[in-house]
Design a protein around this ligand. Structure first.
Ligand SMILES: *[C@@H]1O[C@H](CO)[C@@H](O)[C@H](O)[C@H]1NC(C)=O
Length: 126
């Protein structure tokens, strides 16, 4: 390889390295596991409860730190009635009011932010 070719080659490698580092997303996807409610949880309509999730593995920067909590029941997420919205997903907990819904054993909390996560199925009583 002559000197000019070697220079072009190293320039090419440098550009490649630069472009791949700028292509690499600066944000990581954060999927926080819901720790409460869990499978043995029983809530009653009208009560306030503190939904919690594990933030110990949270990356320093995430693409969306605004969280939403919805209720899922019978295979449907009730997107029209969030239990909480626009809170900081990195704080790891959020107080919600249990809505007046049909009693059932297959309710789930859906935590949305950077990514979505569902709690185990739990019970809501009248
Ligand atoms: C909710 O839970 C978190 C984490 O366990 C705790 O730090 C916080 O004080 C609780 N908040 C309420 C309102 O109970």
């Amino acid at each position: 390889m002559n000197a000019t070719l070697a220079m072009l080659f190293s320039l090419f490698i440098t550009l490649l390295a630069l472009s791949s580092s700028s292509l690499a997303a600066p944000f990581e996807v954060f999927v926080p596991p819901v720790t409460y409610p869990h499978a043995k949880t029983v809530w009653r309509a009208g009560e306030h409860h503190n939904v919690t999730w594990d933030v110990t593995d949270a990356p320093k920067q995430i693409s969306n730190s605004l969280g939403y909590i919805f209720l899922r029941h019978a295979g449907k997420i009730d997107l029209a009635h969030p239990l909480a919205e626009k809170f900081d997903i990195l704080k790891g907990h959020q107080r919600v009011k249990v809505p007046h819904v049909a009693p059932g054993h297959d309710y789930q909390i859906v935590l949305l932010g950077d990514s979505g996560n569902w709690s185990p199925k739990f019970t809501i009583r009248a």
